[in-house]
Write a protein that binds this ligand. Structure first.
Ligand SMILES: [Zn+2]
Length: 427
């Protein structure tokens, strides 16, 4: 795969994945196309070696793996990433009618950089749970696709200090506006509006009533390549769909000589404490089923390694003092090893040495990130998985700007570099 082909793949994957449900759906499609068999957690598993499998939880987390020989003796080469991104999610009773407009009440999911959500052409996507004409409960993924809402800024004339002090009240200032109501007494029902969308997108499902939903707003502006020399990818959800995509295409090329595994968890942005999140024992449960004897499991884990891939902060030229001057990764200069001795990152010298060696083998530059000593450090699924499973782990990621903005920025080359490293690792 060439770098341009890689970038096209990233753009189309992210565009088709407005929510974790959609990201998992995309990944399932690619895995199936490449001969991976679906497993269900509720079934008894009969696995063949060599074999290629995947399993999902909550439709928003996925584990895919290839089985070669000697799992107990050689363990798994694992890659981890997360499917979720900060966003605005629709509340259960969302209709707000105010000054003749219909708005929807939203919760803030994760650490949203709120100012970036104003004046965007927003659409809505996610999972809808319904009952059909036979009284059966089902669910479907929906995507309105078109821009159906906007959070308009307040004019600067009405808020002259906005550039010095932009206070955004999460309850008051961010409900998106959907429409001007046709008349005074109109009281639109959001579930009925949703039902029409489900019926139109899935006529065969015969949905009769929407029971519930998990829906998130997203920016309809498609991801694109920007910069005078096309250096950058600008897109929503680069954190962390970029790593999901890289993990996926690396695994697709892995073959079955090694035991290779990719886990992409939901709920990282809110602390990972959920059934589908990294704290939810999804990975442990899969590993236990592959190695039912506790001794075999302990031996396999001891022989395994996890590369936890989640984006890193590139040093921002306008805010360079926010980075340690010796550890400010530059975009397009390679993937970043994330280090924090307080274990906000799980990297240790053994795992970082292994990663550096892989980078050398793949002929890829590599950088290091350590947060300024006087600032607190973010975290990710690496330390959670390391402490939950006991697997040696490294935290790495592609350097980015504007993390948690509605439109983040990464270098075109860094994702491709990380792909080359993971491909080498899985080989
Ligand atoms: Zn992340």
């Amino acid at each position: 795969m060439q770098d341009s082909e890689f970038v096209d793949g990233v753009l189309s994957f992210i565009k088709s994945s407005p929510t974790p449900f959609h990201a998992v759906e995309q990944m399932k499609g690619q895995l199936q196309k490449n001969g991976f068999e679906q497993l269900k957690e509720s079934d008894a598993w009969q696995l063949k070696t060599p074999g290629k499998y995947y399993v999902t939880r909550n439709d928003s987390s996925i584990i895919a793996f290839t089985l070669g020989s000697g799992l107990v003796e050689h363990g798994f080469r694992m890659v981890g990433a997360h499917t979720d991104s900060p966003c605005l999610k629709v509340k259960p009773n969302p209709e707000i009618i105010k000054n003749s407009y219909l708005q929807l009440g939203v919760e803030v999911y994760g650490g949203v950089l709120l100012s970036t959500w104003f004046d965007r052409d927003l659409s809505l996507a996610g999972r809808v749970n319904f009952v059909n004409d036979k009284g059966e409960v089902g669910n479907a993924l929906v995507d309105f696709k078109k821009p159906i809402a906007v959070i308009p800024s307040l004019a600067i004339h009405l808020n002259p200090e906005v550039n010095e002090n932009n206070n955004i009240n999460k309850q008051q200032h961010i409900p998106p506006v959907l429409m001007k109501l046709p008349d005074e007494g109109a009281s639109p029902d959001f579930r009925e509006m949703l039902l029409l969308v489900v019926q139109k997108q899935y006529p065969d499902l015969a949905a009769e009533k929407v029971l519930d939903y998990e829906l998130a707003f997203y920016d309809t502006q498609a991801p694109s390549v920007v910069g005078l020399h096309k250096d950058f990818i600008a897109s929503a959800r680069l954190d962390n769909l970029l790593s999901c995509y890289i993990g996926l295409i690396s695994l697709l090329q892995a073959g079955t000589d090694q035991n290779c595994l990719l886990v992409c968890n939901d709920h990282e942005e809110v602390g990972s404490s959920s059934a589908a999140g990294a704290q939810g024992q999804f990975l442990r449960s899969v590993l236990e089923r592959l190695c039912p004897s506790p001794e075999d499991l302990a031996r396999a884990i001891d022989q395994s390694m996890m590369i936890s891939a989640d984006n890193a902060h590139g040093v921002h030229p306008n805010y360079a003092d926010k980075s340690d001057s010796n550890h400010g990764p530059v975009l397009n200069q390679g993937p970043v090893i994330k280090v924090n001795c307080n274990q906000r990152y799980a990297t240790n010298s053994e795992t970082s040495a292994a990663f550096r060696y892989l980078c050398e083998e793949a002929d890829v530059p590599v950088q290091s990130f350590v947060v300024r000593t006087d600032m607190s450090c973010g975290s990710t699924i690496g330390p959670i998985t390391a402490s939950g499973i006991g697997v040696r782990t490294i935290d790495v990621g592609v350097p980015t700007f504007a993390m948690h903005s509605i439109r983040e920025l990464a270098g075109c080359w860094d994702g491709y570099y990380l792909y080359r490293v993971l491909r080498e690792y899985y080989r």
